[in-house]
Write a protein that binds this ligand. Sequence first.
Ligand code: CMC
Length: 432
Amino acid sequence: MQLSDKKATLSLSDGSASVEFPVYQGTIGPDVIDIRKLYGQTGMFTYDPGFLATASCESSITYIDGDKGQLLYRGYPIDQLAQNCDFMDVSYLILNGELPNAEQKREFDSLVTNHTMVHEQMQMFLRGFRRDAHPMAVLTGLVGAMSAFYHDSTDITNARHREISAIRLIAKLPTLVAMAYKYSMGQPYIYPQNDLSYTGNFLRMMFATPCEEYKVNDVVERALDRIFILHADHEQNASTSTVRLCGSSGTNPFAAIAAGVACLWGPAHGGANEACLQMLEELQANGGVAKVGEFMEKVKDKNSGVRLMGFGHRVYKNYDPRAKLMQETCKEVLGALGLENDPLFKLAMELERIALEDPYFVDRKLYPNVDFYSGIVQRAIGIPTSMFTAIFALARTVGWIAQWNEMLSDPDYKIGRPRQLYTGHAPRDIAK
Ligand code: CMC
């Protein structure tokens, strides 16, 4: 963080002396006004519900330029990473700041691979859930329970503990997500197989049964790996901010990541992929492409409570670059699986076409986000809708951990404690 030549001056209309605040510059992106001394100097707080104009931390992991539709992990554009790297490379990059060389990649792959199995007793814990429980309810519980199963790595002041916990989370999330799925299906769990890639292993744990061998399809593996890359981090979004806030109390990493999983579940965030697919399926069942116009009228009517899921973003006021890549992947996967005429894909393309021309969406700068096409890809792969957000959580785990680590090593890190504008009763006495 670098001090700018500029200073911000706050003057109030009550005649009190104006106050100056330092301004800091990042590498790219808007400057920030450091208002930490505001309360001390003026007795006032800032008011910014939803953090519309508040930088909550300094970070060097991910950068989004919402107007350009640009997403960088550690400086590298997302499309270059999606085209040239696999999820393990990207995970290493997000965690360590640089892409791995061949030796570092081998070591990292092997480290992750050697932690894919989960404590056998986690099966008993899983059995406590109803089989029809939502996978995100189960996953929130399983990740939180990791702090009970792996309490030998919960000392956050110990660098080795932090490192082991990070690897455990990245390595075990696919196993836990697949176990949650198998449990919901009433099928036996499939143990990890370490000669497969991270993503190939996940596919096998999801879809193999003990009755026959499962062959990983290369196109499907690459597509899912790309989904993981595109979801790996996204700077200070709601779930990441939740992980940071939760972790700021000094709680252990499993508890902090469980909080992130819980936050991700909401339909305005990671739950949008599930909600988007449900929206497409409903629309298809109720007339499909022929009814798109009618549906769009409902979306534009504020009283209907209907939103076009998979559209709009707090930061992107242009095409979400992840949505472009997702649309490409969608075409590839549907082509490879002989599903070129998938009616949901056609429906999604039609919705997108209409939305991009409609003044309601154009004026509000609403574009497709990553969730608009990812559900169609996952459905084609055979992943049930209810699992979509759990897969998002699996992929986002590396981002959450990197952000949590970054927070702990920041000398400015303090417990997160926002203030408020109190509008309740002034002090009063209980009537006797
Ligand atoms: N459909 C219809 N109208 C919308 C939509 C939508 N999907 N998104 C925003 N708007 C309208 C909204 O009604 C408001 O209109 P007005 O200014 O007339 O009141 C305007 O656009 C701004 O919306 P907002 O809700 O104030 O914007 P926000 O930044 O608070 O919300 C959002 C961002 C992502 C929650 C929202 O766009 C949304 O609900 N989208 C649908 C859910 C979704 O796809 N979420 C996934 C986000 S990407 C994955 C992730 O990172 O989690």
